[in-house]
Design a protein around this ligand. Structure first.
Ligand SMILES: [Zn+2]
Length: 422
């Protein structure tokens, strides 16, 4: 019977260099199947380290045996086993000694947590929970520990060389509650998130930056709210404040959606569409709101149906698409087109678009500045959608910090790799 040396086993389990492993044993898993128990300990010189600071402490007492869940071995769960001492740290008092394979206060190894975090970014939480065989409530805290570590690795450098940033308030937990998200436009990633919205919250962001970091910011984009402009002006007077193209298009999609809902209600009232019947107007929501170039064949057919049956809705749709196209032009080309658009919308008689026509006319020069800024609207939209879908995935996360961690893992440009891979 061939045996595996302790060194080979350690390599296979991808354990840190300063860990010693002993002969594993296999037991019946109370949850079914088998469980592999691998006794481990840190090198003699590393057994007395404080889990908080990593410094040497004085031995205090010993605790009982603990187990840490590691990555599975075949179909068996694998647990590392160790009875850690408690040590007296000069700075932190009595703490459980550091276990090099795990984060402080976690019952999982670092590699296990990393795999859970990686999977959470790519799969729904139910899949993560089933595949990794952990309680779904534990997934959020795991993501948080991993994200905190990865952010700490990046250090304050995360905020270095910011050139153009965007700020947005996003609702979570089925609307009504908001958080503020700051995006780095150049690198297409989220750099900061915080509960709440408004000037005070945005203020907190600028406070976390150094003076040099604030000075490097040249452009601040947002939805045109006054508090964004005022706050940005106070902290970064040198930065140009720009309305972001994504929001300009969303004004039109919001107006369009209201026209669609009204059309659907009208159809119901007339009895054209019975309850539960498939109505082209109701089903066409995504076809209407999506960018024209992203439509599927089915959605194109839905639009064609609307073009033939609902004049108002079709007009509103065409206005939305036209505005989106204008934003893609150069500023010189866009200038007259935008004026024409505002005039057409004002005279359209379509509720929502009349007001929008006036708004666009009022913000004519702001919009031209947006176009001149050259910030890619598609990119902005992409990161914005990514944030929104991640928030939807994270609805079940009871703790907001866990939800923020998930967004940072997915959209924060953190270096999240599967364990043992480059
Ligand atoms: Zn310490």
């Amino acid at each position: 019977m061939p045996t595996i040396s302790a060194g080979a086993l350690k390599r296979m389990l991808h354990l840190p260099a300063n860990v010693v492993v002993s002969t594993p044993r296999v037991e019946d898993d109370p949850r079914g199947g088998s469980v592999v128990i691998v006794p481990v300990r840190p090198h003699a010189g590393d057994m007395d380290r404080c889990a908080r600071c990593g410094g040497h402490g004085r031995p205090y007492d010993r605790l009982g045996v603990r187990r840490w869940r590691h990555l599975d071995l075949g179909c068996a769960r694998l647990l590392l086993e160790y009875a850690p001492p408690r040590v007296m740290c000069r700075e932190h008092g009595v703490t459980v000694a550091m276990a090099p394979w795990a984060r402080r206060k976690s019952a999982y190894t670092r590699d296990f947590e990393q795999q859970v975090a990686w999977l959470s970014v790519h799969a729904p939480r139910s899949a993560v929970s089933a595949l990794m065989r952990i309680d779904w409530k534990s997934v959020g805290p795991v993501c948080r520990r991993v994200a905190d570590d990865l952010r700490a690795e990046q250090g304050a450098g995360l905020f270095d060389h910011l050139r153009s940033i965007g700020v947005d308030e996003t609702s979570y937990r089925k609307g009504h509650r908001y958080m503020t998200v700051v995006v780095d436009h150049d690198r297409g990633r989220v750099v900061w998130m915080h509960e709440g919205h408004g000037e005070k919250v945005f203020d907190l962001f600028f406070r976390t930056l150094t003076e040099a970091q604030r000075a490097s910011i040249r452009v601040v984009t947002g939805d045109g709210a006054r508090w964004i402009d005022e706050c940005a002006f106070r902290w970064c007077p040198q930065a140009e404040r720009i309305l972001d193209g994504f929001h300009i298009v969303s004004w039109a999609t919001d107006a369009l959606d209201k026209v669609r809902t009204a059309a659907w209600r009208e159809a119901r009232k007339k009895g054209v569409a019975k309850k539960g019947a498939k109505d082209p107007v109701k089903g066409a929501r995504w076809a209407l709101l999506k960018n024209e170039d992203d439509l599927t064949a089915g959605q194109k057919a839905q639009l064609e149906c609307i073009a033939n049956t609902n004049e108002t809705l079709w007009e509103a749709y065409k206005l939305k698409e036209r505005l989106r196209m204008i934003l893609k032009q150069t500023a010189d080309t866009a200038d007259p087109l935008l004026r024409q658009w505002a005039a057409d919308a004002s005279l359209s008689g379509i509720p929502g678009f009349v007001q929008l026509g006036e708004k666009i006319a009022r913000r004519h020069f702001d919009i031209l500045r947006t176009i001149r800024s050259g910030l890619s609207n598609a990119r902005l939209e992409a990161i914005n959608n990514k944030i929104k879908t991640t928030i939807k995935i994270g609805y079940g996360y009871r703790n907001l910090d866990n939800l923020i961690s998930l967004v940072m893992l997915k959209c924060g440009g953190l270096n999240l790799q599967l364990p043992g891979r480059q």
